[in-house]
Design a protein around this ligand. Structure first.
Ligand code: NDP
Length: 398
């Protein structure tokens, strides 16, 4: 039996704690630590099935985090703080000699730049210490990588094209709110779009390519916009037959209208602005004004539909497969006091933890999700609350 240390007590941290508490065959103790201890205490109070400790930690302080890990002695650190903390928490795991898992790749706070190079650079250090780091064990990245691995394992001999499509067909009734940390969300959405085509990255202006996509199970047509997403980078590296890989996300006209105005007036800037004698980062100030995504749980209705369409060859003939999950916001809230965006991230994080702790996914070094066998992960994820649909057919090229 194992103990986990969860760092971060936001919307995702809450779901991870609930779901680790349900994996009683593998996990029998947990500590939740974050910058604001009262948020950890609030989550701990919702869990009665196993002992939960809480702690205050500034995860940017490597010595402090190392001391906490040594004091708590977990077998795994689950990082669901912000991407800015990734390298600091990886350093602390190396110093304390413990495995590591996260759901989002490292971003330097002063540039919205998304790439795995900083974390892949830890490969030798983790391997030499016989430790494992699992990167991007959320939904996207995370389950989308596992779905791609499933397409490669069971449905296609060669994947040639990949479309990852993320729909939030839910409604929170707020004039403008983001579904996860507003700062991280807006940095991602306003970044220059990159997609993979014929062996190279192609750049286009943010959200400048749009299609209508007819989502399954009664969701129907919604507008999807192309953007860069970090799993594209690891997938084209680890599955080199992929000639074209794109990521698409739905946005409502209302969200885009607000975002455009906020960008035009400079509220999404991430460089310091001098204001009344002190430096402020406009996007951080905007985050303080926007609804806390954690507060959207009781307000959000509808469903998410996130999945991949993989196109390629099977037995020499063209074949397409669409692999997706549908998650209902209200059900997620009933189960974990969180909406479906936090739920669809937290369930795979807890599933990845179970894979590592049970030894099913266990190798020294730094790994992405598509590098492991998909089936045991998807079976465990189903038992923790998220199921998978596989449909073969034909979809219009995007
Ligand atoms: P929140 O902002 O709700 O929560 C972040 C938590 O991290 C807060 O408790 C915050 O503390 C804590 N934190 C921030 N800085 C530090 C620090 N220096 N030391 C210790 N704790 C810190 O974010 P979410 O829960 O929405 O998202 C969590 C992570 O999940 C993010 O990295 C996000 O990018 C990722 N994510 C991944 C997805 C995927 O599918 N792969 C999808 C959605 C999110 P405080 O409360 O004091 O601010």
């Amino acid at each position: 039996m194992s103990k986990v240390l969860i760092i971060g007590a936001g919307g995702v941290g809450r779901v991870v704690a609930h779901k680790c508490a349900q994996a009683r065959d593998v996990i029998d103790a947990m500590t939740i630590a974050s910058r604001t201890r009262s948020k950890c205490d609030a989550i701990a109070a919702e869990i009665s099935s196993l002992p939960v400790k809480t702690a205050q930690v500034d995860a940017d302080d490597v010595a402090q985090t190392t001391a906490l890990i040594k004091a708590e002695q977990p077998q795994l650190v689950i990082n669901v703080a912000l991407p800015y903390q990734d390298l600091h928490i990886m350093d602390a795991c190396l110093a304390a000699g413990v495995d590591y898992l996260d759901t989002a790749n490292y971003e330097p706070p002063d540039t919205a730049h998304f790439e795995y190079s900083w974390q892949w650079a830890y490969e030798d250090r983790f391997r030499e210490k016989n430790l494992m780091a699992l990167l991007g064990s959320g939904f996207d990245p995370g389950v989308t990588n596992v779905y791609t691995a499933l397409a490669a394992q069971d449905y296609l001999d060669e994947i040639q094209e990949l479309d990852i499509i993320d729909a939030n067909a839910g409604n929170h009734g707020q004039p403008f709110a983001t579904n996860f940390n507003p700062e991280i969300n807006i940095r991602e959405v306003t970044a220059v779009c990159r997609h993979w085509e014929d062996g190279k990255w192609v750049e286009t202006p943010p959200l400048s390519t749009k299609h209508s996509f007819d989502f399954p199970e009664g969701i129907g047509p919604m507008n999807i916009y192309r953007m860069f997403h970090e799993e594209l980078e690891s997938l084209v590296k680890h599955i080199p037959t992929i000639r074209k890989a794109q990521f698409w996300m739905t946005f409502s006209d209302n969200y885009l209208k607000h975002l455009e105005v906020l960008q035009n007036v400079g509220m999404t800037r991430i460089d310091p602005v001098r204001f009344q004698g002190q430096d402020i980062i406009p996007l951080q100030f905007l985050k303080a004004l926007l609804p806390d995504p954690g507060s959207l749980g009781p307000l959000t209705t509808g469903r998410t539909c996130i999945g991949v369409i993989a196109r390629g060859l099977k037995d020499g003939k063209p074949r397409q497969v669409y692999i997706y999950n549908i998650c209902e916001h209200e059900r997620a809230y009933r189960e974990t006091n969180s909406q479906a965006i936090s739920y669809t991230t937290g369930v795979p994080a807890a599933t990845g933890a179970v894979m590592m702790l049970s030894g099913l996914w266990k190798k020294p070094g730094v790994w992405n999700m598509e590098q492991f066998a998909p089936t045991p992960f998807l079976e465990r994820m189903k038992s923790l609350g998220l199921s998978t649909v596989v449909v073969e057919g034909e979809w219009p090229r995007l």
